[in-house]
Design a protein around this ligand. Structure first.
Ligand SMILES: NC(=O)c1ccc[n+]([C@@H]2O[C@H](COP(=O)([O-])OP(=O)(O)OC[C@H]3O[C@@H](n4cnc5c(N)ncnc54)[C@H](O)[C@@H]3O)[C@@H](O)[C@H]2O)c1
Length: 249
């Protein structure tokens, strides 16, 4: 068997039933980690049967569920992947959408980190990976007012945690992808297609903003998650790792 880059590590992943979370759970398991793949979507999670992966339902908006999930998994690696994309400008944004987005995209990561950090500190270290986006403080994207604001907050939160625990073996990085093919992305293309008149026109709009002329595969983001989870990345912390096909470059 090839060298397993994450052998001996325990990884807790949120939003692992589909998209980037799922691809990352699979990639980390294939590199020898014991992966705890969690999501609110129990049906989709049930389809994630793979050696090295244990699945259980966990809503990152529920503090008790998060505490239980962390106690069960005792993670060395925490991948906070859950997030939701609201469409619209500042004038479209409602208070309810803002509150929901900040709870799911930002506060849930604080919840997870607060639950996982004491155990990581006790065991002498850990790697935390938060899901941000290129659409954040890195770059503005049209009609992503609430989303971009929450993902910028993720970058600030990541840097803050990184600096506070830098001497105690904890690393905290975030990932800023450009557009990635996933089930929710297909929904967003369909939605935009309804206002533009066709699915193809919407697809063209999403793809044309990526200078490479294509969107990313979830597996390409998962490869960065594996790198940040493992000891190969021991000298990187507090960084926003942009992986966006040149969108912001
Ligand atoms: N797809 C992209 O283009 C893209 C680009 C940059 C960043 N991201 C970020 O990557 C992350 C994953 O997105 P994706 O598009 O790969 O997947 P997705 O949006 O297709 O799937 C998200 C998953 O999150 C789960 N989820 C929703 N609420 C939850 C909760 N309260 N607790 C636990 N799980 C919950 C859903 O059940 C679903 O399985 C998100 O944070 C997203 O903002 C995505």
């Amino acid at each position: 068997m090839a060298h397993q880059r994450l052998a001996g590590k325990r990884a807790l992943v949120s939003a692992a039933a589909q998209g980037i979370g799922r691809a990352s759970a699979l990639a980390m398991a294939d590199e020898g980690a014991q992966v705890f793949a969690t999501d609110v979507n129990a049906d989709a999670l049930a389809e994630l049967e793979h050696p090295g992966i244990e699945t259980f339902e966990m809503d990152v908006r529920d503090a008790d569920a998060v505490a239980e999930g962390v106690a069960r998994s005792k993670p060395d690696v925490l991948f906070n992947c859950a997030g939701y994309v609201h469409a619209g400008s500042i004038l479209d944004a409602s208070d309810d959408e803002w509150d929901f987005a900040f709870d799911l995209n930002v506060r849930s990561m604080m919840r997870m980190m607060k639950a996982a950090l004491p155990g990581m500190l006790e065991r002498g270290g850990g790697s935390i990976i938060n899901m941000s986006s290129a659409c954040s403080s890195v770059i503005g994207a049209p009609n992503r007012f609430i989303y971009g604001t929450t993902k910028a907050a993720v970058i600030g939160m990541t840097k803050s945690v990184a600096v506070d625990y830098i001497t105690q073996g904890i690393r905290c990085n975030c990932i800023c992808p450009g557009t990635v093919e996933s089930p929710s992305w297909h929904d967003r293309v369909r939605e935009l297609g309804e206002s533009l008149g066709s699915y193809e026109a919407a697809l063209e709009q999403f793809v044309s903003r990526q200078p490479m002329g294509r969107v990313a595969k979830a597996e390409e983001i998962a490869a960065l998650v594996v790198y940040l989870a493992g000891d190969e990345s021991a000298f990187t912390t507090g960084q926003a790792h942009v992986i966006d096909g040149g969108w912001s470059g």
